[in-house]
Design a protein around this ligand. Sequence first.
Ligand code: ZN
Ligand code: ZN
Length: 286
Amino acid sequence: MSVQRWSVGDATITSVVEDETHHIPPEFFFPGVTAADLLRQPWLVPDYTDADGNIGLRVQALVIEVAGRRVLVDPCVGNGKARRLPFWNDMSWPFMERFAEAGFTAESIDTVVHTHLHADHVGWDTTQVDGEWVPTFTNARHLYTERELTHWRDDADRVAEDVYGDSIAPVVDAGLADIVAEDADLGDGMRLEPSTGHTPGHVSLWLERDGARALVTGDFLHHPAQCAEPEWAEIGDHDADQARATRRRMFDAAATSGALVIGTHFTTRPAGHISVDGEAWRFDPV
Ligand SMILES: [Zn+2]
Ligand SMILES: [Zn+2]
C-alpha cells in the first residue's frame, strides 16, 4: 500500500496503517444491523462496504507535521500484546517498518495524542524489551484526558486484559505523560474537542492552518455508514445515547466547517467531507 498523505494548509497528515480487514459481517460491530441495512447506502460500495453488505475496518495511526512538530495520533494495537480479541492478540505487524517507510523515526515524534484509551489506540506507545514494556516514543509528551485515564486505570477488567498496565503505565512511570483538558489548545492550530460517549473521556482533534480545517474523528464513529445512520451504536460504545448525540453534533460541525474529515477506522479512502443528506449526512471521500 502506498503512503496516504493529505495537506491541510501548510500542514500534512500521513496515515500509517497497521491493519485493514474487509468482508466483516456488520453485526460484529453494529448489533442488530444487517447487510441489507448497509446496502441501502450504495455510495458505501466498494470503499467501505462490499457488494454483499459486509463492512471494512482499518486500524491506522496518523502523523501530523505542523510548524516543525511531529504529532502522532492513536498508535494502534501494537505487537506482542496479550489481548482478548484473537485478531489483536500477540501480533507481529510490520508497523514500525511502515512508519519508517513513511519517513518517520520514533525519536522524531514530539507529541502523542490519544482520542481515547482503547487497546487499538495506544498499542505502539510501548515496545517489549527484555520482557518489559518500555516507551517507544521516548522524546514525546503523551497526552491523556483525566476522565479517560482514570476510567481505564481503575477498570476492573484489567485482570483479563491489562491495556493500562502494558501500554499506559510504562509511559506514566517514565515521566512522559501529561494530563490535558478535553478542550485543550495544543498549539499550532491543533485543539481537542470532547466527543464523549464511545468512552467517558473521548476527544477528537481539530487542525486549522491557513483557513483550512481537518478533523481526526477517533471512535465517535467507526464507519461512514453512521453518517447516514447516526443512531447505529457500535458494540464498544460505553454510553450509546451520549455517543448518538455526539455523532449528530460532530457531523453538524464537520459539515458546517467544510473540514477534511479523517475517519480513524475508515478503509481504503479514509479522508473526505461530510455533507448534509436529507435528515442525516453522507461522507464523500477525496
Ligand atoms: Zn474505541
Ligand atoms: Zn478504535
